[in-house]
Design a protein around this ligand. Structure first.
Ligand code: SF4
Ligand code: SF4
Length: 432
């Protein structure tokens, strides 16, 4: 049986010694200054909640736990190793089963994963959203926040969604590329760049037909049944693909979820070992590329790049050095903004559900990125890339830059003034 283990959640809560170190790195506490918007305050609320699992969640606990970004900055900071993430999972599932939200809230929370996990439906609604954007000022804050996320144009379907991987002449490895749900619709160029880059490294890529959303969108809303259904479908699809070296993920939010499949199925003896085997194969693309010999770069060295470390990458997966090293090896001048450990406010559907806090965090992050002096920002998560959009910044995925440097096209919106002549020695990078 899967589901939430209340006793285990209570054990995790007991590890907290209330030292408060985590409050200094909690984005919501930095913005509101309210102890109940800090990890320590939320742990106190969860302790209260889980002490009587049969009772409905209090509106106060719901309000402050809803405001948590699940950025996991507190987990990185905590000296006692408190497993905040899994206790929050338990609390969110508890809220979903005991608390009746007002109907507009219920509708929005049901509609978000239903729409965002269906690519065709999402494309249709994005096109409709473009037409409705001029009305954003007349709409409630949450609907306006939704329209702000609508891109100027909905891109055409990319190579990966057509399942047309770019294969190397001679493969030295074989991987699955996880596509996810939102990213192929909003920015198919990311997976297209990943395909070219992996082929250039000599890696064969498999794109599985039956795989789906990683489950994170539902999981963060406390909707355990659909999250488990998505994970189950992915596990079956990836097992059917045969032996691979890794499951490559280009959206770090998805990577954090897939790497945690073992915990999701910990109470299910029929699935636990299968989920653990899949989770052990999951790799963020930066993590995988860092194990391969670097490609020759055709860019003149020194183009300034600001590196925006998504929370799901730095706190969720503890991946910090590899992306910066890859960018530096490709010839970029990598700059790290102030408060790099603080969330930008994107956090999956958070920017839609908590627009005021998300907007304040976005403004703070954008200002820190602009202060680096770089006009190109690289990140690893589609949520951050769309959330941070600002006219004086070009926000792209890490693999788009690495692909460009090693022979691919310049990312959309970036002029290639720094392209140097091809190197005189070594294999010439090529477009595929
Ligand atoms: S979660 Fe960790 S850092 Fe925060 S109060 Fe508890 S023990 Fe201290
Ligand atoms: S996950 Fe992020 S927002 Fe939530 S309590 Fe921890 S640091 Fe604060």
């Amino acid at each position: 049986m899967t589901g939430i283990d209340v006793a285990a959640a209570q054990d995790r809560i007991r590890k907290c010694v209330h030292c408060g170190f985590c409050t200094a790195t909690c984005p919501t506490y930095l913005i509101t200054g309210d102890e109940l918007d800090s990890p320590r305050g939320r742990i106190w609320l969860m302790k209260d909640m889980l002490a009587n699992p049969a009772a409905p969640s209090s509106p106060r606990a719901v309000q402050h736990l809803d405001r948590c970004l699940t950025c996991l900055s507190c987990t990185t900071t905590c000296p006692s190793g408190v497993d905040y993430r899994h206790m929050l999972d338990a609390a969110r599932a508890h809220i979903a089963s005991t608390h009746r939200r007002p109907w507009p809230e219920r509708l929005l929370r049901a509609a978000l994963p239903a729409v965002l996990t269906r690519r065709r439906l999402l494309r249709v609604l994005l096109r409709a959203g473009r037409l409705a954007r001029p009305l954003a000022g007349l709409l409630p804050a949450r609907l306006a926040a939704l329209l702000v996320q609508v891109p100027d144009a909905v891109p055409a379907i990319g190579l990966a969604e057509r399942r047309q991987p770019v294969q190397p002449d001679r493969a030295i490895g074989r991987v699955i590329l996880h596509q996810g749900c939102v990213q192929p619709v909003l920015r198919p160029a990311i997976d297209d760049a990943a395909l070219r880059l992996l082929a250039r490294h000599g890696i064969e890529v498999v794109i599985t037909r039956q795989s789906t959303c990683c489950g994170a969108l539902d999981h963060h809303l406390g909707h355990e049944a659909p999250a488990i259904a998505h994970a189950r479908a992915n596990i079956a699809a990836w097992e059917a693909a045969g032996p691979v070296d890794a499951i490559i993920i280009t959206a770090s939010g998805c990577g954090t979820m897939i790497k945690d499949y073992a915990a999701l199925f910990a109470g299910d003896p029929a699935m636990a070992a299968r989920a653990a085997a899949i989770a052990a194969k999951a790799r963020d693309i930066s993590e995988f590329l860092a194990t391969l010999p670097p490609l020759l770069s055709r860019l003149a060295p020194g183009t300034p790049i600001a590196w925006h470390a998504a929370c799901s990458l730095q706190h969720g997966q503890s991946i910090t050095a590899q992306p910066r090293r890859l960018l530096a090896e490709a010839g970029f001048d990598v700059r790290v903004p102030a408060e790099a450990h603080i969330c930008c406010g994107s956090a999956g559907s958070y920017a839609i559900l908590q627009p005021e806090l998300a907007g304040a965090l976005r403004a703070r992050k954008q200002a820190a990125l602009v202060a680096t002096g770089a006009r190109i920002v690289a990140s690893s998560n589609i949520g951050c890339i769309t959330h941070l959009v600002r006219s004086d910044l070009q926000i792209v995925h890490l693999v788009e830059l690495l692909d460009w440097a090693s022979g691919g096209p310049a990312p959309a919106g970036i002029m290639p003034p720094t392209v140097a002549p091809p190197p005189a020695t070594g294999p010439a990078p090529s477009d595929h």
